[in-house]
Design a protein around this ligand. Structure first.
Ligand SMILES: Cc1cc2nc3c(=O)[nH]c(=O)nc-3n(C[C@H](O)[C@H](O)[C@H](O)COP(=O)(O)OP(=O)(O)OC[C@H]3O[C@@H](n4cnc5c(N)ncnc54)[C@H](O)[C@@H]3O)c2cc1C
Length: 411
């Protein structure tokens, strides 16, 4: 592949050392020790984001979600501590925010997604104060728990922005935990709980919707679909939602709240959106099975920033990573790409303290559990799996590039 003479070139450059970038790099190095892999990552700390829901619900410590990046990066990879700023796939080149440039034979684009706090007017100014909280930012996830503990009745709102978002179940999980806590502490009677979703359904896979609606009813949570949070005033404790009325007219309504848990709007990172790698919506445009870019064969992407038409989760990354690694090695050897991803993703939907409904599915919304247990039943076993088994599995197994697996299937 042609490179300019002065450009420092690596065999593989990975952008972003989150769930996806770290596991792919580790898998590549496990299969091919000595491969020249460089990882571009500006952050010092790697968070296990799936546990942030439990942090917000007071059931997990924030400290346990975080590990120093230096410990989670695979041995043998070179860490480039900077952020990617520009992608030039025609020249096999990336430009960093500190002015350096690197060339590559293979580029793996895994910088996750952008939490677009500024898309909700007034939100950034009041986040972490005035009863406005969010589990989506580790620096304020503990404030969610503070808000829930200090709630003495009144209106508690939980919001979900337009899709796609990471972990589509997370906005409702914290509503269920809060409702359960209020019930156990005898403040449910003085409380009004509402779940405002920008979309038309509680969950993307129709089979789960009636079961989740039942959970919401049990918790006495009012469901307001097609209501998109557009503004927050922390001082007056008011939230404004945009919705379409019965005549098809766009309207806005402003409501007073005592507690507001916000899931922010989400989109592809700006440098990805602005690059030749993006599709019309800004995501890295990859083949949904091979994870190879549709126009640049030496570029692969997976995880939250990819165009893969499935729910954006770490569980999805776990199944994408071995496919990406296998196909990257094949591409390096000019071979055929044989590994194929089926769209598997999973979302442990916490429905109360000690209870989880485990939604597992593949492309097309086909329900495919790993274990022979009903996917629609709330389970104490899956709560233990989420709280105790998955965090060490993530840090010590998945991020190490270990790929042993139990097959999921339609049952
Ligand atoms: C509250 C919450 C609850 C969740 N619950 C679950 C759950 O129950 N189950 C589940 O499976 N998943 C869950 N998820 C989703 C899961 O955490 C993500 O889907 C997963 O982390 C995606 O991996 P990723 O590598 O694509 O992105 P990330 O893990 O976010 O990593 C992206 C990395 O790229 C880096 N980066 C960003 N910009 C640049 C740049 N310009 N240059 C270089 N590097 C860059 C970042 O610093 C980061 O390290 C949850 C997420 C949240 C926030």
């Amino acid at each position: 592949m042609s490179q300019s003479a002065s450009l420092h070139t690596h065999q593989v450059v990975v952008i972003g050392a989150g769930a996806a970038g770290t596991s792919v790099a580790a898998s590549l190095l496990r299969q091919r020790p000595g491969l020249d892999v460089a990882i571009v990552e500006p952050g010092d700390v790697h968070y296990y984001q799936p546990a942030l829901t439990l942090v917000g619900g007071g059931a997990y410590s924030l400290a346990k979600t975080a590990r120093p990046q230096a410990q989670t990066l695979p041995k043998g990879a070179r860490w480039i501590r900077a952020a990617a700023q520009e992608l030039q796939p025609e020249q096999n080149r990336i430009i960093l925010d500190d002015g350096r440039s690197f060339g590559y034979d293979i580029l793996v684009v895994t910088p996750g997604l952008k939490l677009d706090w500024d898309k909700v007017e007034g939100l950034r100014e009041t986040l972490g104060r005035n009863g406005v909280c969010s589990n989506y930012d580790p620096s304020v996830a503990e404030y969610t728990w503070q808000c829930i503990k200090q709630f003495r009745g009144g209106k508690a709102f939980f919001t979900q922005p337009p899709a796609p978002i990471k972990c589509a179940g997370a906005p409702q999980k914290i509503a269920y935990l809060a409702a359960d806590y209020f019930r156990k502490n005898q403040i449910a009677g003085q409380s009004e709980l509402r779940f405002y979703a920008a979309g038309g359904a509680l969950f993307s896979v129709p089979d789960f919707v009636p079961h989740l609606e039942k959970v919401a009813r049990r918790h006495n949570i009012g469901l307001l679909m097609n209501h998109n949070l557009v503004a927050v005033n922390g001082d007056t404790k008011e939230a404004t939602f945009r919705f379409t009325d019965g005549e098809g007219e766009a309207r806005e309504i402003t409501e007073r709240f005592d507690l507001l848990h916000v899931t922010p709007p989400q989109c592809a990172p700006d440098f990805v959106k602005a690059s030749p790698l993006a599709n019309a919506d800004g995501w890295v445009d990859v083949d949904q099975h091979s994870l190879q870019h549709v126009r640049f064969p030496n570029v692969f992407s997976l995880g939250d920033c990819s165009s893969l038409p499935t729910s954006k989760t770490a569980a999805a990354v776990r199944k994408q990573s071995p496919v990406a690694a296998t196909n990257i090695l094949a591409q390096l050897a000019n071979g055929q790409l044989k590994a194929s991803y089926d769209g598997y993703t999973s979302c442990p939907i916490v429905t109360g303290y000690g209870k989880v409904m485990l939604a597992e599915f593949v492309y097309g919304g086909k329900v495919t559990p790993t274990l022979p247990l009903s996917p629609f039943k709330e389970s104490a076993f899956y709560w233990q799996v989420k709280k105790r088994a998955l965090p060490p599995f993530y840090f010590d197994y998945m991020l190490r590039g270990r790929e042993g697996d139990i097959a999921h299937k339609a049952r």
